[in-house]
Ligand binder design. Structure first.
Ligand code: DC
Length: 674
């Protein structure tokens, strides 16, 4: 997840490959509750890992359910089977409506049956989200429920600690025009008490019917066949009882699929494969497939996967009633920029009351890109953008995951402009690794992945500065010095000399070059790996540094490391530190920094660093080593250390790390088009 203020998506050209979608949030929390209410053990596959599922799991543990993560990544839930091992509990449910509403209903009924008592609460925002219609329905049944704060809102106390008689003879009336989650909660809970037919009558026009459909389909998987008369009356047959199906597979999120369906439609000749959701999906948003086809996409697939390829290009403009796919339809608004005419998305009034006013948000941000957009109370109309019409834009995301995700698709603009996405971590609501997943399957426009080069002498602080800048921008990091240090280590292991007097031998030079070209190196969160061994500490030693300095003078070694270094230039961008990043490896880089500090300063810093690691060292000999390496690195014939002609000089003798980072970010911002 990119926990940074903004993420610059570089201009993108094409897409290919396979993505696996995270599990659907709606399905995940329903499945967890159903497994918890069933008898026996349910193995849940592909569960979404997000804030909302975590609070649900914590609550289920608290209630006495078995929750055991398995080695294969699945989760085994041992259900309550109608029993109530804990008669009371205080449950914290964060901001998860998909946990609060169904648990309220299920625990109210269990408390009434068994004489339990439960308190449900959440974050302050949760205490502003209405639940009165559900409480009213449960009270009609005879469930004792108290509001512990404001009437109509959580926190709640369910049950009085004594069994209460439930009145199941009359139909239970619940409003359906505010949130379909109240009806879902009742449908999930009432099978627990269906000693006779239990009837639910919906008052008002039911909204979000596809979500009720998901509930009914999952109930059926767990052995309960609800009868439905239109969308007004639902009957849970007498004797209904939850039975674990054994294994349950959580579908990928169909709304999340829309970004990758669009990706295929816009930019893939060889096809983008989406795993986890397919043509047999039970989610309403799967009908986005039809909308994408109408715009020209070629889509095939199976029960659990889709393959999307570009068909018509430019895309075909559409005029569509989007009431059945409100969330996924936002993606169509961005696809409309690549269409052959005006696209109108109608019947989307619900956009105005989602995470943000989505009609206003989409119109504002599309206009920033240069588009002509008309918005109405319940529609949006988008004109396509000609190549010369695109503007560089910093997209505000309104803490709305879908705004962030759908605008990443603007990076395919023919003007080859990058797109800035503000607050990219808002995608965590449903797809924490959205951008990482996107970057896995897209090819940026050649040479348009930005590289920031930071060159300078040893101990100038390049590594620290480079890592901090990379972290702040969400860019990859290349510590090229480590590669030369690795050659030194690998030579040692292979029994090859790196002594100065031996390096003139052409056979040894060739052998070292071959070794450098065949090293199996890996950089990850844990450190630096050489041939499967963690060598993070070993590469940092003074001896490794000196050996690196010597072998790095060999053209054969430098040549062998070229392709490896170029391979680091991947979306969204790269910060590369070393000696010749700006002069030799990435000469076209848009920004080059040459970092210096006095030799005395650098020796002092290195000294502090070693002491803090418990390694004793003398400043004098460190200074002598430094000066020797400076000489060696800057006088060698092959790629000597020197500032690139267009490098910005940064003397950090009197700056702390934060000040240096700030300076580099200010310079970088000056070079960006936003
Ligand atoms: O930055 P460092 O101290 O980790 O680098 C170790 C040695 O590697 C350095 O003395 C010179 C060499 N080097 C190089 O020649 N070219 C680079 N791009 C990086 C390092």
């Amino acid at each position: 997840m990119y926990d940074i203020p903004f993420l610059d998506v570089p201009p993108l050209q094409s897409a290919a490959g396979t993505v696996t979608l995270p599990g659907s949030k709606s399905i995940s929390n329903r499945v967890l509750l159903l497994a918890a209410l069933s008898e026996g053990r349910t193995t849940v596959h592909d569960l979404l890992d997000s804030d909302d599922t975590r609070v649900m799991l914590a609550a289920l543990r608290e209630l006495g359910c078995g929750v055991e993560p398995q080695a294969d990544g699945t989760l085994a839930i041992t259900g309550l089977g109608g029993a109530l091992p804990r008669q009371s509990a205080n449950l914290f449910l964060g901001n998860a409506g998909t946990a609060m509403r169904p648990l309220c209903a299920a625990l109210s009924l269990l408390a009434a049956q068994h004489g339990g008592q439960f308190e449900l609460r959440g974050v302050p925002r949760m205490h502003e989200r209405p639940i009165g219609d559900l409480v009213d329905a449960l009270r009609q049944l005879g469930c004792p429920i108290d509001y512990l704060g404001n009437a109509g809102f959580p926190p709640l106390r369910l049950g009085h600690g004594q069994p209460a008689t439930l009145q199941l003879d009359q139909p239970i009336r619940v409003r359906g025009d505010v949130s379909s989650q109240f009806l879902t909660a009742l449908l999930l809970a009432l099978p627990l008490v269906a000693t006779k037919n239990v009837v639910i009558d919906v008052v008002g026009e039911l909204i979000s019917k596809p979500y009720i459909d998901i509930t009914l389909k999952l109930l059926a998987q767990f052995g309960v066949a609800v009868q439905r008369d239109g969308w007004q009356r639902f009957t849970i047959p007498a004797g209904s009882r939850y039975r674990s199906p054994g294994d349950v597979f959580v579908e990928g999120d169909a709304s999340s699929a829309s970004y990758f369906i669009a990706l295929g439609a816009i930019a893939s000749t060889s096809g983008v494969t989406v795993q986890g959701v397919g043509l047999a999906s039970i989610q309403g948003d799967i009908r986005f497939v039809e909308a994408a086809q109408a715009m020209g996409a070629h889509i095939t697939g199976g029960p659990n996967h889709l393959v999307i390829q570009r068909g018509a290009w430019p895309l075909k403009a559409i005029d569509l009633d989007c009431n059945h796919i409100p969330d996924a339809a936002m993606t169509l608004a961005v696809m409309a920029l690549y269409a052959d005419g005006t696209t109108t998305l109608r019947n989307i009034a619900s956009w105005r009351v989602k995470e943000t006013d989505r009609i206003a948000a989409m119109a504002t941000e599309l206009r920033k890109l240069g588009a002509t957009v008309e918005e109405g109370p319940d529609f949006i109309r988008v004109e396509p953008l000609p190549a010369h019409g695109w503007r560089p834009a910093s997209i505000h995301t309104y803490d709305d995951h879908r705004v962030a995700m759908c605008f990443s698709l603007a990076a395919f603009n023919p003007a080859c402009l990058p797109v800035r996405i503000e607050d990219p971590k808002c995608v965590a609501k449903t797809f924490p690794d959205y951008f990482e997943t996107l970057f896995e399957v897209v090819a940026p426009v050649a040479h348009e992945v930005p590289v920031i080069c930071i060159d300078g002498p040893t101990a100038s602080g390049k590594g620290t500065l480079g890592a901090a800048v990379a972290q702040r921008l969400g860019y990859h990091l290349l510590d090229s010095g480590a590669l030369y240090r690795l050659v030194g280590l690998a030579a040692d292991k292979a029994g090859l000399s790196t002594r100065s007097e031996d390096l003139a031998d052409p056979t040894l030079a060739r052998q070292l070059g071959a070794l450098a070209g065949s090293m199996a190196v890996r950089f990850d969160g844990q450190g630096i790996w050489l041939d499967g061994e963690n060598v993070s500490d070993a590469v940092r030693s003074e001896a490794a540094g000196m050996a690196a300095s010597r072998v790095s003078a060999l053209p054969s070694v430098r040549q062998a490391l070229l392709a490896l270094q170029h391979g680091f230039q991947r979306a969204p961008g790269l910060v590369a530190d070393g000696r010749d990043m700006g002069t030799v490896i990435f000469p076209a880089a848009p920004m080059k920094i040459f970092l210096t500090a006095s030799a005395a300063q650098r020796a002092e810093r290195r000294h502090k660093q070693l002491i803090s690691k418990g390694i004793s060292a003398k400043i004098d000999s460190l200074l002598a080593d430094l000066e020797a390496r400076d000489r060696q690195d800057s006088t060698r014939a092959s790629a000597p250390l020197k500032p690139a002609e267009d490098a910005l000089l940064l003397d950090n003798s009197a700056l702390d790390v934060d000040q240096s980072v700030h300076q580099v970010l200010v310079w970088w911002q000056d070079k960006r088009p936003f």
